[in-house]
Design a protein around this ligand. Structure first.
Ligand code: GRF
Length: 222
């Protein structure tokens, strides 16, 4: 079983999609060993507790220096010994030390079709506001590995979603979640946990068969 930690900041609907998929067997070979939030009042923490998953808040507000927060975050991860870390709406830039230690084992969901509408300043509702401002007709979501760039790691999966006349950022956000995020993220976790993902030259190949022992082949090839 792949020890999996999910990091969250807000509502936790993606976390819920993952929990549901683990519970109903759409994700196999995964044990959710912890949920970490930087935000004490994140509804996501409640969702974790409701399903018996240990939930932790590590807030930058509890530390005088950013560095101390980063250390506490890394310390908590080490305690949980994850094979996979899922960033599901986690609004904290992952410290380089964490990326180094868990290279090839961190995945993120981003609510646009990368490389559009991503990078610094593109998070949460802001992404959808910019999509509407620009007037694109299609948006979507992306699951990708996390490296030391911002939304720059190898892309695992993407799904397009139509932008419709009259959309508000909130309406569009909801459609992207329903039609893309809540489907893509559980599927990517299941593929990862069952060794169906390989990375070569920064490109991800997903197959129908198990390629190797889950995280090992990824680790080597990212
Ligand atoms: C999602 O749109 C996710 O892609 C983005 O932030 C939002 C988090 O939503 N990074 P939730 O907390 O999973 O409901």
């Amino acid at each position: 079983m792949l020890r999996t930690v999910v990091c969250v900041s807000g509502g936790g609907t993606n976390l819920q999609a993952v929990i549901n998929a683990v519970e109903d067997g759409r994700i196999t070979n995964v044990q959710l060993v912890g949920v970490i939030s930087n935000n004490r009042s994140a509804k996501a923490l409640e969702r974790a507790q409701n399903h018996g998953i240990p939930a932790f808040c590590i807030s930058p507000r509890d530390f005088t220096e950013r560095e101390q927060f980063h250390e506490a975050f890394l310390e908590k991860l080490r305690e949980l010994t994850p094979d996979l870390i899922v960033l599901a709406g986690f609004l904290v830039a992952i410290p380089p030390a964490v990326v180094r230690e868990y290279e090839g084992k961190i995945i993120n969901i981003h609510p646009s079709l990368i490389p559009s509408f991503c990078g610094v300043g593109y998070y949460g509702l802001k992404v959808h506001e910019k999509v509407l401002e620009r007037g694109v007709k299609v948006t979507g979501a992306t699951v990708h590995f996390v490296n030391d760039g911002m939304d720059e790691g190898p892309i695992i999966a993407q799904k397009a979603v139509d932008v419709e006349e009259g959309d508000t950022p909130e309406v569009l956000q909801r459609r992207v979640m329903e039609q893309a995020e809540w489907i893509l993220l559980p599927k990517a976790i299941d593929d990862f946990a069952n060794g169906r993902i390989a990375v070569e030259n920064n490109r991800v190949k997903t197959t129908d068969v198990t390629l190797c022992e889950p995280s090992l082949c990824i680790r080597k090839s990212v």
